[in-house]
Design a protein around this ligand. Structure first.
Ligand SMILES: *[C@@H]1O[C@H](CO)[C@@H](O)[C@H](O)[C@H]1NC(C)=O
Ligand SMILES: *[C@@H]1O[C@H](CO)[C@@H](O)[C@H](O)[C@H]1NC(C)=O
Length: 193
């Protein structure tokens, strides 16, 4: 299904090796747009530097597979967030309103809309080009979160399904532990031998 020429793979590898520096993926235009938007979405210094991030760094998993799923979720969250921000923008005012302030606000709103749309486009581009595989897993996780835990029928059925799920979860745990033991055995052998 995916036809990727060897040439483009080589090209991509080259790009990644050259540009893998922090900030290398944010184009000057994207950076400028974000800084501009921040002039509009201004909060007080106390709020800005209260030491609490919206996306806390500790919640980013270290393992690559988990990290990819998580970052897919982050991109999706930004998609929802920016769409919400767009929805909250004032609708363009007709040019005939007397007050200057009103017209000015309408104009600024349009700039913000254009800029938000640009950022949304960049987020969607990254999501659809590099995070397609994480689609299913993330929607499965969303379904887990959406399970109606206060519904009697759901409670009863979930209890009935617990035995095999409990088996699956325990099995997986054992497998991971024995894999880890095997890896450690391999790692330590040369030093002891
Ligand atoms: C974005 O622009 C600011 C101000 O010019 C600069 O300090 C910062 O390093 C830039 N960030 C990236 C990721 O390019
Ligand atoms: C509980 O869930 C079942 C099955 O999903 C549904 O048919 C039923 O209407 C729900 N009951 C309530 C009170 O929401």
């Amino acid at each position: 299904m995916m036809v990727v020429s060897a040439k483009s793979v080589v090209c991509l590898c080259f790009l990644f090796s050259v540009c893998h520096v922090r900030g290398a993926y944010i184009s000057p235009k994207m950076n400028r747009t974000i800084l501009n938007l921040l002039k509009h979405y201004k909060i007080s210094k106390e709020e800005k530097y209260n030491g609490q991030l919206v996306f806390s760094k500790e919640s980013i998993p270290e393992k690559l597979v988990e990290k990819r799923v998580f970052m897919r979720g982050v991109l999706e969250t930004y998609e929802t967030l920016i769409n919400q921000m767009l929805k909250e923008l004032p609708t363009p005012l007709p040019q005939t309103t007397g007050s200057k302030g009103g017209v000015g606000e309408g104009g600024a709103g349009e700039d913000v809309r254009t800029e938000l749309n640009y950022i949304l486009k960049m987020v969607l581009k990254l999501k659809t080009s590099h995070y397609k595989e994480q689609d299913n897993l993330l929607s499965s996780l969303n379904k887990l979160i959406g399970i109606k835990k206060d519904n009697f029928t759901v409670q009863s059925k979930a209890l009935g399904e617990l035995p095999w799920l409990y088996e699956e979860a325990s099995d997986l745990n054992n497998e991971i532990q024995s894999r880890r033991r095997r890896r450690q055995a391999r790692r330590f052998k040369p030093h002891r031998g």
